[in-house]
Design a protein. Structure first.
Length: 224
């Protein structure tokens, strides 16, 4: 796992010393040496590399990385160029189209969002190939909960988008009145029609950011 070297590093340094992280580090190392694991090792911390703490404006919390070949690259909901757009992201794009008029692009590569300050954070950062949830309860949740607590303490306004039961379970950690917390059902085909469609989280996010003098997010992912 390549180290996080930007401003996240100082905030997270105490986590690296904890017993759970030592066990997690050993577990992840053993998994990569004996199985196919996603994302590639160099991509595990991409969300942090691409979105420094000082730049975070929006947080979108996912659960697990995609577990099929070539999909995961360290950003929740995002896939590499040339990979089929997963169903949940298809529905995110549909809501963006309805909410802000964004055209639906031909790819699911969300690096543009990350570089504008959208932290695309999965609760679990690795997964064994073809085995969903295989790295849950190994320590990643402790680490990413620490990240959420760090974000909660930031004084400047941040928007948290909590989609689905798992992400909404993090709401109790978000106690800072400076922040905006928006909740909706998950965008997966199983639940998107229960209230994800029509939630208008993207326009609400930008309205909140602009009301605090913060540059809004350009949510349009361009065609490749």
């Amino acid at each position: 796992m390549p180290p996080i070297t930007n401003d996240w590093s100082e905030k997270l340094k105490d986590e690296y010393k904890k017993d759970y992280y030592r066990k997690l580090f050993e577990f992840v190392g053993a998994e990569y040496s004996s199985h196919t694991v996603y994302p590639p090792g160099d991509d595990i911390f991409n969300a942090f590399h691409l979105t420094p703490l000082s730049k975070v404006k929006v947080v979108i919390i996912g659960q697990d990385p995609y577990h099929e070949e070539g999909q995961a690259h360290g950003l929740s909901f995002s896939v590499k160029p040339g990979v089929d757009i997963p169903p949940s992201l298809v529905n995110i794009y549909k809501e963006l189209n309805t909410d802000l008029g964004c055209y639906i692009p031909n790819n699911g590569y969300l690096v543009k969002w990350a570089e504008q300050g959208v932290l695309l954070l999965n609760a679990v950062l690795t997964v064994r190939a073809h085995a969903a949830a295989s790295h849950q309860n190994k320590g990643w949740e402790n680490f990413t909960d620490a990240v959420i607590r760090i974000l909660n303490e930031v004084d400047r306004p941040i928007v948290f988008l909590l989609w689905g039961g798992f992400a909404r379970g993090k709401k109790a950690m978000l106690t800072n009145p400076n922040h905006l917390v928006l909740e909706a059902p998950h965008p997966s085909p199983l639940s998107s029609y229960r209230g994800f469609f029509g939630c208008r989280h993207f326009s609400k996010t930008n309205e909140f950011l602009e009301s605090h003098g913060i540059e809004p997010i350009d949510w349009q992912i361009e065609n490749i």
